[in-house]
Design a protein around this ligand. Structure first.
Ligand SMILES: C[S@@+](CC[C@H](N)C(=O)[O-])C[C@H]1O[C@@H](n2cnc3c(N)ncnc32)[C@H](O)[C@@H]1O
Length: 225
């Protein structure tokens, strides 16, 4: 008997299977995404995992692929939160829709986070509204590039660079922030191993920074060099 072929269906010996997740019925797709979220988010502290879960659900509902693709991946976020433990003055360069900023605030109620981005993402406030008001008050949003440098004299205990990913800008950012780093501070670069962003690796090489790779993050401790 001839087998009917559909562009959407891949025929196995026994069962017709969807060829990609996009072809699955919406309920199955949502369940699949929910299971994936639980697996990926379980390494995070409970308040952070709860926020990320809700943010992912909202992003899918809104069709916000930008946030789903650009926010720091859960495995890297777990490393970032581990390194941030006990560090209260934190600066992030590259806010996007603030998922990581909110996560850093939720992980420590005494942490103050300043985050820079020249672009205000239209959906940012939707995600900030998911955070408790207390966490929202811990976050200072700065509309401007990371290379603008510090706005006050508070020593920074952790600098997280997840901005342009371009060589020259990354170098300029480190020069702008280095004088503000507290003794023992961490400088963490996102996407060190990402093939699409060679600028991060090139900047680190040009600056001659020592450090270690944790996930896709490059972790540099100036006072240890
Ligand atoms: C990968 S996204 C950041 C994701 C965010 N850290 C998170 O985990 O949710 C990169 C962001 O860097 C911003 N950006 C680009 N150039 C920048 C610069 N010179 N300074 C600060 N942010 C910049 C972009 O507008 C974009 O929102």
């Amino acid at each position: 008997m001839a087998v009917a072929h559909s562009a959407l269906i891949r025929q196995t010996d026994q069962i017709a299977m969807p060829a990609t997740t996009a072809e699955m019925p919406p309920l199955i797709r949502r369940l699949g995404a929910g299971v994936r979220d639980v697996m990926e988010l379980r390494a995070l502290p409970a308040p952070v995992a709860r926020f990320q879960w809700r943010a992912r659900r909202l992003a899918r509902h809104l069709g916000d692929r930008f946030s789903l693709a650009s926010a720091t991946r859960p495995a890297d976020l777990a490393v970032l939160l581990e390194l941030a433990d006990g560090r209260r003055r934190v600066v992030e360069l590259g806010t996007a829709t603030a998922w990581t900023a909110i996560s850093l605030a939720l992980a420590d109620p005494l942490r103050l986070l300043t985050t820079y981005d020249p672009v205000t993402q239209p959906l940012r406030e939707r995600y900030l509204a998911l955070a408790q008001p207390r966490a929202r008050r811990q976050i200072e949003l700065v509309g401007g590039p990371g290379l603008a440098g510090p706005r006050d004299r508070d020593p920074i205990e952790l600098l997280y660079i997840d901005s342009s990913h371009e060589r020259e800008q990354t170098i300029a950012e480190l020069h702008a922030w280095r004088p503000a780093l507290a003794p023992g501070a961490f400088v963490i670069f996102d996407d060190y191993v990402h093939p699409a962003f060679p600028g991060v690796r090139e900047a680190i090489a040009e600056l001659g920074l020592e450090g270690e790779l944790r996930g896709t993050l490059f972790v540099h401790r100036p006072s240890a060099s």
